[in-house]
Design a protein around this ligand. Sequence first.
Ligand code: 6R9
Length: 633
Amino acid sequence: MKITSFDEYQKAYKRSVDSPEEFWADIAGNFQWRKPWIKTLEWNFTEPNVKWFIGGKLNITENCLDRHLDKLGDKPAIIWEPNDPSEDHRILTYKQLHEKVCQFANVLKNNGAKKGDRICIYMPMVPELAIAVLACARIGAVHSVVFGGFSAQSIADRIQDAQCNIVITADGGFRGTKEIPLKNVIDDALVQCPSVKKVIVLTRSRTPISMLKGRDLWWEDEIKKVETQGNTTCPAEEMDAEDMLFILYTSGSTGKPKGVVHTCGGYMVYAGYTFANVFQYNPGEVYFCTADIGWITGHSYIVYGPLSQGATTFMFEGIPTWPNPGRFWEIVEEYKVNILYTAPTAIRSLMSFGTDVLKDKDLSSLKKLGSVGEPINEEAWHWFDENVGHKNCPIVDTWWQTETGGIMISPIAGVTKTKPTFATLPLPGVQPVLVDEHGNEVEGNGVSGFLCIKFPWPGMLRTTYGDHERCRQTYFSAYKGKYFTGDGCLRDEDGYYRITGRVDDVLNVSGHRIGTAEVENAINMHASVVESAVVGYPHDIKGQGVYAFVVSPNKHGDEDLTRKDILVTVTRIIGAIAKPDKIQFVSGLPKTRSGKIMRRILRKIAEGDTSNLGDTSTLLDPAIVEEIKAGAL
Ligand code: 6R9
């Protein structure tokens, strides 16, 4: 399954295009199936309908746990570093992880969970989060992990959309100096969620919380019950390749976040294949992905990808800058991390502290570096290369999305020649195309366009939960017969791909996807707001910042207080990650005669580039532009 030279890459790529089914059947053969598939692929991108490994039966946890027990049973599966460095770290071997997953799977069963049920997980970055995820997969329940930074309202929306019957959470969590009151947030969310019958609560922060009789249960008590029942093993549920594995909500350009659906067989094959290849993982290496399991990067490259390959995956509860900005480097030194996979926003934030914190750290264990989540700028790329990799580690700039399930365009570490800011070449099995605004394919090199994928890959989304039409509309209707990514892209003279950023109304703030419409809806809920328009602007550390233009005639004369009220409102409706960085009060928004907000103009103003705003003659009230320009922050 592992490609180890550029020549092999080229051959594999060609084969994956000429005979995709044979190519993928061979890759899938590296996994453990209860029953082999009958047909490798069935697809059309019109409905869309995509099925991989049809008739195949498996359980992803057998691939992530059971099949490693003989050889790797005593090897670390998860190494966990707590937020507070004075607290003990934890190591779970494959045997221990297997046992804990089985136990918790039995806890879920004891509480009525069945195959196909949707279970919401809202937890801090502790090993029990990975255990909860795997326990769901073990019994065939569909997990829907919600990132710990989302608000009660966001959780309620997601729980209602998926009709979850169980929530798994913790009393609280730690991130830097902050304590996050997870259970309290869940309690607020559940006021709106009658589908939830049981809440299982892990003890982590010892924050006082309310525990409702009949609904709320302590994780530890439930484990004890299972132990007294002697229920320490749990046979894995046999899943169809196309059974749902998980739902993960992500923002788009319109409306509420969509539940992206991934299925068992294809996702497993894709996460494992891409992990093994991109990072060129070798047995015994310590691999540290700094993402949170609440995002797709954590699903695919902390949990499923690495574990399916018998890797040692490192989990960190805290943040890169606490208790000091050398925390990542202390971790690398202490645990002899070999592979570090992080985000440009983290790199830029650490850059701002200078190289002093790095000087006395031994980073010689590092062999490979990775970047994900947003375009990496040239400066950050070189800083990472020079100060972290000591020009000795290939950097894999991995482009992919929640919807793609795994890495799509990326160097293969040590195999593909890298080029700063370029995701370089598609992995074998991935067929990217650039299209122009008319939907025509832009061929040749030295061109740019909208990035689409024209052939299915096993890790792709199958639908958006409960609303297949939305899936078709969002991804398969813009360009006929193609999956549209929402990203702009250029292909240089060497055929290398560089992703230039979203071309829709989706912002990428510190690597987090945020829909402008979502933020506007939240701002508009504030009592003194009439309407608003949200755009992104370049931000030194976050990549993009959130700039809100707000019409609020009724500010009670205290703009600053209203601004703070709006921030509190957005935090309550979505979560702190969506808080605007700038709020400019305006008396109106630039609109066309048909009432459409001209975001192009607002984007330019937010970027501070007002020299050429283009044609404003079609505006209902061109004078408003002058006012907004004059008041720009
Ligand atoms: C994995 C993940 C997806 C969006 C995607 C794109 C941006 C991700 C990137 C990148 C440039 C990279 N993106 N990786 N842009 N270079 N290496 O981040 O998933 O949260 O769904 O975001 O992130 O704009 O469309 P997700």
